[in-house]
Design a protein around this ligand. Structure first.
Ligand code: ZN
Length: 164
C-alpha cells in the first residue's frame, strides 16, 4: 500500500529524500515519512499433533478451493498471537504449539503472508460465519486439494520439506 494522504492528519504527502530509500511520501505537517508497505497476514497450517491430518476450510468469498486458516494481524498483536486467535475464531480449535515456517508475498492482495504451523488437538471443527465449511484431511489428500502453487500449498510443502 502506498500512501498519498497522511493517515494521521489527511494532508497531501510530498516526496522527500530519505537516505537509501530514495523519495518517500512525507507529511510536512506531522513531519514524518509514510513508507509504502504490504499488509501483514498470518497463514496457519493446522495440523494434528501427530502430523497425520490437516484442517482445511472453504471460504467462497476467497476461493472455490480449499484454503488454510488465514487473517490479518491486528494492531499491537504479534504474528504468533494472531495465528492462535485466527485458528480459534475460524475453526474453534485450541493451538498447542505455533511455529514460524516461512514468509510469502501475495501480490494479488499486496499481502505479506507469514506462514505458521499450528499443532492442534484434533476435535470437532466449529466454523465462524466467515467460513463456509471446514474439514479434516490426511496430509497427502490435503496437499492435493490445495490449489496448485497456491501459498497454502507452498506452506505445506515447505513445512514437510523442513521435517526431512
Ligand atoms: Zn500528517
Amino acid at each position: 500500500m502506498e500512501f498519498k494522504f497522511c493517515p494521521q492528519c489527511g494532508e497531501r504527502l510530498v516526496p522527500k529524500l530519505c537516505g537509501d530509500d530514495g523519495n518517500v511520501p512525507f507529511c510536512e505537517r506531522c513531519s514524518r515519512p509514510f513508507f509504502p508497505f504490504s499488509y501483514p497476514c498470518v497463514l496457519c497450517l493446522c495440523i494434528t499433533e501427530d502430523g497425520s491430518e490437516i484442517a482445511l476450510i472453504k471460504q467462497s468469498y476467497v476461493s472455490e478451493h480449499y484454503v488454510c486458516v488465514a487473517g490479518y494481524i491486528k494492531q499491537g498483536e504479534t504474528p504468533e498471537s494472531a495465528a492462535v486467535r485466527e485458528v480459534m475464531e475460524e475453526i474453534g480449535l485450541e493451538t498447542v504449539s505455533c511455529r514460524y515456517v516461512k514468509s510469502y508475498y501475495y501480490e494479488k492482495r499486496d499481502n505479506l503472508m507469514l506462514g505458521y504451523v499450528c499443532k492442534v488437538k484434533k476435535g470437532r471443527l466449529v466454523t465462524s460465519c466467515e467460513v463456509d465449511s471446514a474439514e479434516w484431511f490426511p496430509v497427502k489428500k490435503g496437499q492435493e486439494l490445495l490449489r496448485n502453487s497456491s501459498i497454502a500449498q507452498l506452506l505445506l510443502k515447505d513445512y514437510l520439506g523442513g521435517m526431512e
